[in-house]
Ligand binder design. Structure first.
Ligand SMILES: [Zn+2]
Length: 249
């Protein structure tokens, strides 16, 4: 079985695509292509629905990648919401099945705004990152440092970079190019995915450059009113910065 084509890697603004449901596994549904981002790199997975030609829909609660092993590469799994067992059992007899895959746009938009804001934080805080979590309600980034961080100064720094409207774009480089530039890797806990021979590099023009496979807005102006809501001392060498929306979305 070939891998799912990951349309969100090239275009994070896609909300919907035509696809085929090719497999129904106990852990989730496999499509031949998708706009659903699977949980990874700290970013939460997408929710949404799979629209069938007859008007019915499968509600998708989450998206994630299976762990995989040498014999079985990781699978991109659309996790159905509970209570749809009868529908899924019926569809299992009709595979492959053409459908439209549509993500929850508001949830993804929040992920993209927060995710891009974490790149701005990386540019403002000169310490390595050793943990990251991005959801629709908040984002948090753990910095490896014993130094205190200033909540108001970081909020002001984010606001400045948002107001400056920097372009955000990605490009692909080879593993060899990354090996030649180890300073590009900001995170201690999330190593860029290896093995495919290429690495996705995310650039916030003039601000931040690092390997990242997540989804981002196209310009820092789209991050909007994101502020630092809390700074916690998680351990002697860890400062956690929590981001939130200044005004409810
Ligand atoms: Zn990113």
């Amino acid at each position: 079985m070939s891998a799912t084509e990951e349309l969100f890697r090239e275009d994070a603004t896609l909300l919907r695509c035509e696809a085929r449901l090719v497999e129904i596994l106990p852990e989730g549904l496999v499509l031949d292509r998708t706009v659903f981002y699977p949980q990874g790199g700290g970013q939460a997975g997408d929710g949404g629905r799979l629209l069938l030609a007859d008007g019915r829909a499968i509600a998708i609660a989450d998206t994630r990648k299976s762990r995989g092993d040498e014999a079985n590469p990781p699978r991109l799994l659309h996790v159905p919401a509970a209570g749809q067992e009868a529908l899924l059992a019926e569809l299992a007899a009709a595979l492959p099945l053409a459908l439209s895959a549509e993500i929850d746009a508001e949830r993804r938009r929040a992920h993209m705004r927060f995710h891009t804001a974490t790149h701005l934080l990386c540019a403002l805080v000169p310490h390595p990152v050793d943990g990251c979590s991005i959801t629709a309600g908040y984002a948090r980034l753990d910095f490896h440092t014993a130094e205190p961080l200033d909540k108001e100064a970081l909020s002001a720094g984010i606001a400045r970079l948002v107001a400056e409207a920097h372009a955000v774009r990605h490009r692909w480089i080879s593993d060899a190019e990354l090996d030649a530039n180890p300073q590009l890797v900001r995170s201690m806990s999330v190593q860029p995915p290896r093995g495919s021979g290429r690495v996705r590099l995310l650039e916030v023009e003039g601000v931040d450059l690092q390997p990242c496979g997540g989804t981002h807005v196209g310009n820092t102006s789209e991050v909007g009113d994101v502020v630092v809501t809390k700074i916690e001392k998680k351990s002697a060498m860890t400062r956690r910065v929590v981001l939130g929306f200044a005004s409810p979305v």
